[in-house]
Structure formats: structure tokens, C-alpha cells
Write a protein of this length. Structure first.
Lengths: 582, 136
């Protein structure tokens, strides 16, 4: 038996995300007894700077030769803690992340005993893996200085321009016939009344000035292969031809659709009941310069003198679990629309039937301005939603004002505007082709809402704009520029360091039977002669690290680094041991 | 003795998941506030086509009641015929189990995608029930 390892174990409370459901102190005291463990500590937030510093000091002070952090999914912080090991001059591949949050505390919230027992087993398996780990070095692969941007709305177009200015070639593809997305024909936008169609036109001119951007309209992604730095994406063009573009990264900026109310939802379908986007089209089309020209507003030939806006239509729905969210842009968009209406015809009466007014940040000024101009705000409760009735010449909208004792008021109006939020755009084929991760509401999902907000679990694939969730134009552009930065960060160096998890053949056990040669589709295994014996050798630069060759070997002579036979079997043994608390 | 020390109930299942595909799917169970029994533990590997059949036998002999391979299915980025390869591994492992006097039904495989939280929970429920039936 060799000397015991000196492994440091850090068990994270994650605030309470772990420790509310797992007795982390019991886990710590138990795993501390493992022969290979030199120290075991708990920490409030393992990912905090202070905690990382503590780990670095412990590695130096105790001379640790392995580390386990029991915290969240490795999808979040594997690289954080590998980085910690690296900064402490501990080989990063002697670090093992034990997932005790997503796969333990959060999955067993009602079973503290079971969760604690399982967490202990997970940490022990991590220790077993770390104990069987060895130092490994990365492999370097050259990256392609090109990015595929999917969706030519404001987010995708803005991304394309910035990528080109950083020296990266851009393939910008748009499913529709014209670029521009939701803003293409849009009039005045908040907060500065700049017209959406003008914004798009400006971006389009910028794109046309850059030779390194290629715009394809009427085009769709149909296939993706390769990995971060060296993707190959097949695109079907409008003329039905297909092309394959080699790119290092992909930015998905596919935008949103507006919620369409059901027939009869707040009177939708009655003459004079329209959604906010429909009303904006009516305003924009009747108004060539998009904003302040004066004159009465008419809809279908009828003059509009009184408008009711019903907020939160299709948003914040308790009953429909896909639409529980707030679309965040609509309150501001509606008060801004009221300002546009007032500029056109100050005699129009405007009633805003709202649940909560979320004109956040600087947009609060627009709300104030609308109030000063005479817009009336009526707050309703979801238990008593407004009702819209037709029949006569005008519509009758009734609402119980919760700020006025809950008395129901009836407002005869010429137009009812349903303030509809954003829903995910219909992109099933793209989501399937790229294997994009979706959140519960159907929008694209980032790795970490705060720390990695534009990256996805698919290395090299970023998300931008409202494809990720409801966003204003400014927020969409901010996220698109973040996606540009992450893509450029990946590609401008010119190489990526690939993880060293490649196949290794034990030449002493190899009989040269060739079984593995047919198992590998990448020709990463080659026959060589050592001391007159034919044996197989793995070529690290060709190996993709899937491990398909591993079970093909009748001699069990192939190991995948990081997942060796010794590591996996010792993890199984560690998991199988009964947990008895220290 | 900590309050947590209570005997585990239900079958013990070892899941082999895959880093790019099924492990995020199993993560999502927790993120989405769903649940399965804590007797289920996971070893993530890069691809389900790289699992040694001997590991499955090893798990059963070490005391697990069942082994579930959360396979990549058609989403695999490593090998296009991942499902066929993984099925072959399951087949070999089942034969190994039979040779060693274990019921081959202790091994199960299903494709679990990166957002397949609910299917995973359903598979765990069904597999647990099947394993409990075996033990009678």
C-alpha cells in the first residue's frame, strides 16, 4: 500500500442552498476520517474570493496533493476550482468537484437524513477519485477566427459589427427575408424616441461597410459538428443550397415573439381590442415620421378618444407555469406609448389598468410624465381582473380599483390595448440542432444567471438578447456585447487548451488485436511496433475523449485519463460503503 | 450522533451520466425543484459509449441494487452510433451479471437529454419499483 494522499476537502454551505437540506458539519466530520484526507473544512461560499484564498493557503501550508470541493454542479464552478488549484501550483487535474447541490440538497429537500447520507457518499467518491488522480497537462488546438451569429435582430446585428471590429469574420444568418427582427418596422422607442426602424437601418449600413460580415437572409442552421474553436455549421440558404461554415464560436440571438392572447381573453377578438404591438403598428403606420405629428388617432375609421390599457396580459400567470414571469419591458413600453398618444392628440383620455407598475430605474421618469399629462392609473388585483365587454358602439371596461376600496368602476372606451409580454420565439428545429439548453419558461438558458450570463453549457455557444428572456433594447445590446466579448476571449488568442482527458493504452497489456482501431471514428489509435511487438498507441491531438475505445479492449488495456478504471472502481466502492457518522 | 443518521430506504441505484448531456439533465431535476430518492448516486463520464461492462458488475457486487446508464442517445457529440454502442455495453454487462449469478434486469439504460429532468425522475421511479419487485 502506497503512502496516503494529502487531500483537502472543502464543503460549501452555498448560503443555505446546501446546508439547509444537508448537515454539512456531519459530512465534514465523517469524511475527515478518510485516510487520504489531510484536512476537511466547511465554508459559507466556496466560490468567494476569501474562500478561494483560504484554499490556496491550505494547499501550500499542508502540502496538499489533491483537492475536493463539495458544492454545486461542475457545470458552474469546476473551472473556478481548477483555477484555484492551478494558482496554488497544484495540478488542476488533481481537483475533483463533488456535486452536492443540484444532485443532492436540491433534489432531496424533504429528506435531510437521506440527503446528508448521500452527500457524504458523494464527497467520499470525490475523495476516492482525487486519490486515484494523477497530474495531467492540457493539449493546445488552434481556433478558427470566425463566429456564426444566428438571428439578425438588434442583438445579432450589433454583435456582428463588434465582432468584425475585433478582427473576427462573421456569418450572420437570419431566418426571415429581411434583417431587423422585431424592430425592423418599429416606430419610436423608449426612452429617447429613436425610431426602431432607423436603429436597424443604421446597423445595416454599418454591416454593409464591413467586408468581413456576410449576411444571409432566409437562411437556417441545419447541422452542427465539431467543438468550441472548431465548429462546422451547415446552413440552408434561401435558394435551398447548403453551405458549411467553419467557425470558432456561435452566438444565438433569435429574439422573442409577442404573446398572442386567446380568443376572448380580456375581449380579444372584439372590434377595438388590440395588443400593444398591434396598437404600435397602427400608430406607426398612421404616422410616417414615427412620432410627434399631431392629429386625431383613428382605428378602422373610428376616432379614438378614450383608451384603456390592460397590463400583464399573458404575463405573471399563476395558472400557467410557462408564463409565471414578468416581461419587464411592457410597463415602460405602455407609459411610453401613452406619451406618444398624448403628443399626437392631447385630448385622448388614457386609463392604465395595471397590477404593479414596473417602470424601473430611469424609466420611472416616463411614468411620472404620463401621470402629469393626465393618464389615469387604476390598480387591479389578480383575484378580480378587469373585464371587457363589447356590443354597443363603444367597449365597456370594468375594473376594481384596489387603491380605492375595491369599488368596481366602468369605463366606456373606444379602444382596449392588451399589454402583452414576450414569449420564446418558435425555434424548435434550431434548439434541437444546436442542443440548446432551455429554461423552464422556454427561453434559452445561460450557465449561471449572475456569473456566466451569456455562456451556455455547450462550450463555445453564447446567447444574446431576448432569446434568453424578456429584455429592453438596451439590455439586449448589452448582453449581445457580452456575448461578443466571450466569443472574442475564446478566439482571439488563436488557440484553446483542451482538457487532457484522452485515451491511454497500456502497451504491456495490449496484444495488438485491433478491436479498438475500429471503435475509434477519429483514427486516434494507431498501430506501432515496440520491441518487435505490434501494439496500439493513442494520438492525443486526434482523440476527442469520448472513451468509445475503452470498453472495446478485451484486455482492458485502455484507460481514459480522468476516468481511469482505478478511478471509477474506487468511486463505486466509496459510494457503496455504508455511511456511519463520525 | 447527528440527527441525520437514519437508515436509508429504497433501492440503491448507481447512475452513469455523461458530462455534456445527461448530467445537466439530472442537475435540472434539482434546479427545477423535482426530486428522486437519495439512494440514487451518479458517476459522470464523458460519453456512455465509454463505460466498461465490468464497472456495472463491480457496482452490483459492491452492493448496488441496480445500475442505470443515462445514455447520450442521438444527442452524442462523440460518436453518431452512441446508442448502438451503449446498448452493446449493456448487453455485455447483462451477460456478465448472469454469469455471476445476478439478475440481468439490475441493469437498465435509457437516453436522458440535457433537459430531461422529468423523464429521469420517471425512470428512477420505474426502475426502483422494478428492483424492489426483484428483491421479493
Amino acid at each position: 500500500m502506497s503512502e496516503p494522499r494529502k487531500i483537502g476537502v472543502f464543503i460549501c454551505h452555498c448560503g443555505g442552498n446546501i446546508s439547509d437540506y444537508v448537515d454539512v458539519e456531519a459530512v465534514r466530520a465523517t469524511v475527515e476520517q478518510e485516510p487520504d484526507v489531510a484536512l476537511a473544512r466547511t465554508t459559507m461560499f466556496a466560490c468567494s474570493d476569501a474562500s478561494q484564498q483560504e484554499m490556496i493557503e491550505a494547499i501550500h501550508k499542508e502540502g496538499l496533493d489533491g483537492m475536493v470541493v463539495a458544492s454545486c454542479s461542475p457545470k458552474l464552478h469546476l473551472y473556478t476550482f481548477r483555477g484555484v488549484a492551478d494558482r496554488a501550483e497544484l495540478n488542476p487535474y488533481r481537483y475533483v468537484q463533488a456535486n452536492v447541490r443540484e444532485q443532492c440538497s436540491w433534489s432531496h429537500r424533504e429528506d435531510r437524513a437521506g440527503a446528508t447520507q448521500k452527500a457524504t457518499a458523494i464527497v467520499r467518491a470525490g475523495i476516492a477519485k482525487a486519490a486515484a488522480s494523477e497530474s495531467l497537462e492540457n493539449f493546445r488546438v488552434e481556433t478558427l477566427p470566425a463566429v456564426l451569429v444566428i438571428g439578425a435582430g438588434v442583438a445579432g446585428m450589433r454583435a456582428a459589427i463588434s465582432l468584425a471590429d475585433l478582427g473576427l469574420a462573421v456569418h450572420l444568418i437570419e431566418r426571415a427575408e429581411h434583417p431587423g427582427g422585431n424592430l425592423r418596422t418599429f416606430g419610436a422607442t423608449f426612452p429617447n424616441n429613436r425610431s426602431g426602424s432607423e436603429l436597424i437601418q443604421t446597423l445595416l449600413e454599418e454591416i454593409q461597410q464591413r467586408e468581413t460580415i456576410t449576411l444571409y437572409t432566409g437562411a437556417e442552421v441545419i447541422e452542427r459538428s465539431g467543438s468550441a474553436g472548431t465548429f462546422r455549421v451547415t446552413v440552408r440558404l434561401s435558394n435551398a443550397e447548403t453551405i458549411t461554415v467553419p467557425v470558432g464560436a456561435v452566438i444565438v440571438a433569435t429574439g422573442f415573439d409577442s404573446y398572442t392572447p386567446a380568443e376572448g381573453e380580456y375581449g380579444y377578438g372584439l372590434p377595438g381590442v388590440v395588443t400593444l404591438p398591434e396598437f404600435r403598428r397602427i400608430l406607426d403606420e398612421s404616422n410616417a415620421d414615427g412620432q410627434s405629428s399631431a392629429g386625431p388617432i383613428t382605428v378602422g375609421g373610428r376616432p379614438i378618444k378614450t383608451i384603456a390599457y390592460i397590463y400583464c396580459v399573458g404575463s405573471r400567470e399563476a395558472e400557467d407555469e410557462n408564463r409565471t414571469y414578468c416581461s419587464r419591458y411592457c410597463c415602460t413600453a405602455t407609459v411610453h406609448t401613452a406619451l406618444l398618444v398624448n403628443a399626437r392628440d392631447p385630448s385622448v383620455n388614457q386609463y392604465h389598468l395595471y397590477r404593479d407598475m414596473r417602470t424601473y430605474g430611469k424609466y420611472e421618469l416616463l411614468f411620472e410624465q404620463a401621470s402629469r399629462q393626465g393618464s389615469v392609473f387604476v390598480r387591479w388585483d389578480p383575484d378580480q381582473p378587469p373585464e371587457v365587454r363589447g356590443g354597443g358602439k363603444r367597449l365597456l371596461v370594468s375594473a376594481a380599483d384596489v387603491l380605492d376600496g375595491g369599488d368596481r368602476m366602468e369605463i366606456p372606451v373606444d379602444l382596449t390595448v392588451l399589454v402583452t409580454g414576450m414569449v420564446p420565439s418558435a425555434n424548435e428545429a434550431l434548439v434541437d440542432t444546436l442542443k440548446l439548453p432551455l429554461g423552464k419558461t422556454g427561453f434559452l438558458n445561460e450557465i449561471h444567471t449572475k456569473l456566466r450570463p451569456v455562456e451556455t453549457v455547450i462550450n463555445g455557444v453564447m446567447i444574446a438578447g431576448a432569446a434568453q428572456g424578456p429584455k429592453t433594447i438596451s439590455e439586449s445590446v448589452a448582453s449581445s456585447l457580452a456575448a461578443v466579448t466571450k466569443s472574442a476571449g475564446l478566439l482571439l488568442k488563436g488557440y484553446v487548451d483542451l482538457e487532457p482527458f484522452v485515451a491511454r493504452v497500456d502497451a504491456a497489456r495490449c496484444t495488438g488485436c485491433d478491436e479498438c482501431l475500429t471503435a475509434c471514428p477519429y483514427e486516434a489509435l494507431q498501430k506501432i511496433t515496440i520491441d518487435g511487438r505490434d501494439v496500439v498507441q493513442a494520438i492525443p491531438s486526434l482523440c476527442k475523449g469520448g472513451g468509445a475505445c475503452v470498453p472495446s479492449c478485451p484486455e482492458e488495456a485502455i484507460d481514459l485519463m480522468g476516468y481511469t478504471n482505478q478511478q471509477i472502481t474506487s468511486m463505486i466502492d466509496a459510494f457503496a460503503r455504508e455511511v456511519e457518522y463520525a | 450522533m447527528p440527527e441525520a443518521h437514519i437508515a436509508r430506504t429504497g433501492p440503491r441505484i448507481l447512475v452513469f451520466s455523461t458530462n455534456p448531456i445527461s448530467d445537466p439533465g439530472i442537475d435540472l431535476v434539482g434546479s427545477a425543484h423535482m426530486r428522486y430518492q437519495p439512494g440514487v448516486v451518479t458517476i459522470p463520464v464523458p460519453c456512455s459509449s465509454g463505460i466498461r461492462p465490468s464497472w456495472l458488475l463491480h457496482a452490483i457486487e459492491a452492493g448496488f441494487d441496480g445500475v442505470f446508464i443515462a445514455a447520450d442517445g442521438g444527442d452524442c457529440a462523440f460518436v453518431p452510433d452512441c446508442t448502438t454502442r451503449t446498448a452493446k455495453i449493456v448487453d455485455t454487462a447483462q451477460k456478465l451479471l448472469t454469469e455471476h449469478g445476478h439478475d440481468p434486469q439490475r441493469i437498465k439504460m435509457a437516453a436522458i437529454c440535457s433537459v430531461c429532468a422529468e423523464p429521469f425522475v420517471n425512470h428512477m421511479e420505474k426502475f426502483s419499483a422494478a428492483l424492489e419487485a426483484l428483491e421479493v
